[in-house]
Design a protein around this ligand. Structure first.
Ligand SMILES: NC(=O)c1ccc[n+]([C@@H]2O[C@H](COP(=O)([O-])OP(=O)(O)OC[C@H]3O[C@@H](n4cnc5c(N)ncnc54)[C@H](O)[C@@H]3O)[C@@H](O)[C@H]2O)c1
Length: 322
């Protein structure tokens, strides 16, 4: 099998795992890692038995696809460079730092795709590949109400964007994929705590068709928690992302009357990033379409943008200076 030639651009906290998985994949050959930080680039190149470059331009013609895990503030610039070269692109979430930049990338991708129909553009919405999420998405659950909580201690990075684009975007994408409805309205409140941007935000989202979700994201919590509780007619599911656990309860009719019973699904734990990257490699070789598309990632950004505007309005109303 011809291996897909890969460069990983940005090998920091997350990108090192992109490089490790690409280097170990049967489907890929890690041709290079690219990082503006020489020491870091050399360290990860040595670990993955590959070559380090300080700029993508030096290596882009030698690869078929680029995985971008550079800071969000660089997504537009690097994404453009990859697409202009006609290479497949997997870019970390969020697609870009703001809606305008996301739109520019989406439009460029659509233009390039019209010239080269097999071009793949995927976005690293990792939670879609969490085995517990896969189990929920492939079940016949019809959600009516969801409560998502995603909080963590202050990360000291990804601070060029607020908690909505950096953290809440995971749940916004998941909720859109689970509810399969358009968003009707968004209300949100939030405050800056340690950065000039909102660091803790709570949003209430109404979907067309009458279902709702509340979403809380914080990067100023004492400990990590990433959970989703979801309610449908006569059913409930509680999903713990870190533990990859899905607990389901169902209301069933018995001769003795209605009973709530657990619906246990065995979930085989796996590494979501590995599943995401293997799916991307398959998409690049025309074997699968199991990717989070630029369109889907942009839809999540549109809702994130609505949340940001609602938070800004509530801060102004409360007399905060933005
Ligand atoms: N999908 C997820 O669950 C998830 C998790 C964490 C981070 N992310 C995303 O991954 C991206 C990176 O986040 P991180 O936490 O790994 O950041 P990081 O700061 O730890 O790493 C970024 C790396 O990129 C390098 N870099 C900076 N500018 C560059 C450039 N122009 N070209 C090449 N390399 C450059 C830095 O030297 C650094 O090594 C962000 O977009 C973030 O939102 C996604």
């Amino acid at each position: 099998m011809t291996k897909l030639r890969i460069a990983v651009c940005g090998v920091g906290s997350l990108g090192q795992h992109h490089a490790r998985i690409a280097a170990a994949s049967e489907q890929a050959e890690l041709v290079a890692v690219v990082d503006t930080d020489r020491e870091r680039g050399l360290e990860i190149a040595a670990k993955c038995d590959t070559t380090w470059f300080s700029d993508l331009a030096s290596v882009i013609e030698k690869v078929d696809a680029v995985q971008v895990a550079a800071p969000t503030g660089f997504h537009l610039e690097i994404g453009k460079q990859v697409l202009e070269s006609g290479k497949h692109l997997l870019i970390e979430k969020p697609l870009a730092g703001n809606l305008e930049q996301g739109k520019a990338l989406l439009e460029l991708f659509c233009k390039k795709k019209s010239e080269k129909p097999d071009l793949v553009g995927a976005v690293g919405h990792l939670e879609r590949y969490n085995p517990a999420v896969i189990a929920l998405r492939t079940s016949d659950f019809s959600p009516r109400f969801a409560e998502a909580v995603r909080v963590s201690p202050f990360p000291m990075r990804s601070l060029e964007v607020d908690v909505v684009m950096d953290v809440m975007i995971h749940d916004l994408d998941l909720l859109l994929s689970l509810f399969k409805s358009k968003v009707k309205s968004v209300e949100a409140v939030g405050v800056p705590v340690l950065t000039p941007f909102p660091d803790i935000v709570n949003a209430r989202i109404k979907f067309e068709g009458g279902s709702f979700a509340t979403v809380t994201a914080s990067r100023v919590a004492r400990k990590k928690e990433r959970v989703l509780r979801i309610f449908g007619e006569g059913e409930y599911a509680a999903l713990d992302f870190a533990e990859q656990k899905l607990e389901r309860l169902k209301l069933i009719k018995t001769l003795e009357g209605p009973q709530v019973v657990p619906d246990t699904t065995e979930i085989a734990k796996d590494e979501p990033l590995r599943l995401e990257l293997e799916a991307f490699y398959q998409a690049c070789t025309g074997q699968s379409q199991d990717i989070v598309t630029f369109h889907e990632a942009f839809e999540a950004m549109v809702v994130a943008d609505q949340v940001q505007h609602a938070v800004a309005a509530s801060l102004l109303e409360a007399g905060f200076k933005l």
